[in-house]
Design a protein around this ligand. Structure first.
Ligand code: IMP
Length: 431
């Protein structure tokens, strides 16, 4: 039986999952997205050339790899076609290698319109969403009124569902948010083009993944966002609208949990967050500013500057436990080069008590005061180092401390954006 790997973010997203997924896919036959939508932004650098993906799995840059969009993903037709066109213009063949589940709910213009109108109305208490319509699209799915890929193939039903949904959304847009209404016929026309183009890509993803697994072909499940943005376990309500944890790969791809053999938790060597919400170890000084500049911490999807802070081992501990992380991949270690000292958050003070793990929900997290342990930094450059022994002693000590505090082994270390700038201690696909 093949050994399949799930790659997930352990913090607030932007841990550098795209590079690692791309790196691992030299071993994989298939890469699967199982949640989220085009709110994700996965940046890949191959031979110095940068590619940013939002919806299409990061395996697409390898010619032999098949890419799958599972039913847990909310699919924007417009974003998908744009991404396919951009990749194909760059010489990457997509159409024959991309497989889309017929059960994916679509993100349509009214979802984005409502997402943006709500954020505007919330003012200073906004969530800081990507404005892509992710939340409203998942709401439709749970309310059992979503228009799914499969609905594109029944024109009459599609037209009827569109009329009903647009009517419902227009009431909210016009009367609650004083925003412009949308036209169902226009959306219907746009969907005709989409249907023609994606028709050959729609297939039984769940069955294909089962068959590949039976044949011993290795699969990679690519998470988007991060555990602390998970709808159930994150800093609710400042979260995204899907489950981003490893277990979500099973329903989101349509596979059995036994097919998820190894969970690789991607862990940035410090912490970042985009959008609003509590962030106990956030830095407001020149150290935080330096991390942001050296780490080029700007969102790949929205271009927003990311908030930066010290490594939070107590938050990581929560992520390690919920995801069942088999091994951690520490990314962007080189961004920590040159710091005189490094703080690690080992727990919090909450209502006069000391706790060693992140509590649930935004209010409790906002009330936490971090407890820090201080380690010496290192002055040498770690950029591009490819062996563990080549790392400065203090960097090794930092990694060992992270392992002890979080309760999972370091399997990989990324020391730069390119494929080669990687240290492997335990290959996730090794027996
Ligand atoms: P939404 O997913 O657009 O609804 O946004 C909800 C929250 O998740 C906001 O704080 C976003 O900034 C955050 N978010 C969504 N996708 C990503 C991502 O790929 N990386 C980091 N943060 C994200």
């Amino acid at each position: 039986m093949a050994k399949n790997v799930v790659v997930i973010g352990t913090q607030w997203g932007d841990e550098g999952k795209g590079k690692i997924v791309d790196w691992l896919t030299d071993q994989a036959a298939g890469v699967v997205r199982f949640q989220g939508g085009h709110n994700a932004g996965h940046t890949l650098v191959v031979g110095g050339k940068k590619t940013v993906l939002h919806l299409i799995p990061s395996g697409i840059l390898r010619e032999s790899v098949h890419c799958f969009i599972g039913s847990g993903v909310v699919l924007s037709p417009e974003a998908l076609l744009k991404e396919i066109d951009e990749l194909e213009a760059a010489g990457i063949q997509v159409a024959k290698r991309l497989h889309i589940a017929p059960t994916c709910p679509l993100i349509l213009p009214y979802h984005a319109a409502l997402d943006q109108a709500r954020e505007l109305a919330r003012g200073s208490s906004k969530i800081g969403t990507t404005g892509r319509g992710i939340g409203p699209a998942y709401e439709d799915k749970v309310a059992r009124r979503a228009i799914r890929v499969i609905d594109l193939f029944d024109e009459e039903k599609l037209q009827q569902k569109l009329q009903e949904n647009v009517a419902l959304y227009n009431v909210q847009l016009q009367y609650i948010y004083q925003a412009a209404p949308l036209n169902a016929d226009e959306i219907f026309q746009q969907l005709q083009i989409f249907r023609e183009r994606i028709c050959p890509m729609v297939s039984d993803v769940s069955r294909t993944l089962y068959d590949m697994n039976q044949r011993g072909e290795k699969l990679l499940f690519e998470g988007a966002q991060g555990t602390l943005l998970d709808i159930d376990h994150g800093t609710y309500p400042f979260v995204t609208s899907s489950n981003c944890v490893a277990g979500a790969a099973a329903p989101g791809a349509g596979v059995a949990p036994q097919m998820l053999n190894y969970v690789l938790g991607i862990v940035k060597a410090y912490t970042t967050r985009v959008g609003s919400g509590p962030f106990p170890t956030e830095l407001f000084d020149e150290v935080g500013q330096g991390l942001g500049e050296r780490g080029q911490e700007f969102g790949a999807t929205t271009g927003r500057a990311r908030r930066c802070g010290w490594f939070d081992a107590a938050a990581l501990k929560r992520a390690i436990q919920i995801n069942g992380v088999s091994g951690m991949c520490i990314t962007k270690l080189d961004v920590m080069d040159g710091l005189e000292y490094i703080n690690i958050c080992v727990g919090y003070e909450l209502n006069g008590e000391k706790i060693d793990i992140l509590p649930f929900g935004a209010d409790a997290v906002a009330a936490c005061t971090p407890i820090y342990e201080t380690l010496p930094g290192w002055q040498e450059s770690t950029f591009g180092i490819q062996s563990y022994d080549g790392l400065p002693e203090n960097a090794q000590a930092y990694l060992r401390r992270i392992e002890t505090l979080c309760g999972a082994p370091v399997a990989m270390i990324s020391t730069g954006p390119d494929r080669e700038e990687t240290i492997v201690l335990q290959h996730p696909y090794a027996d």
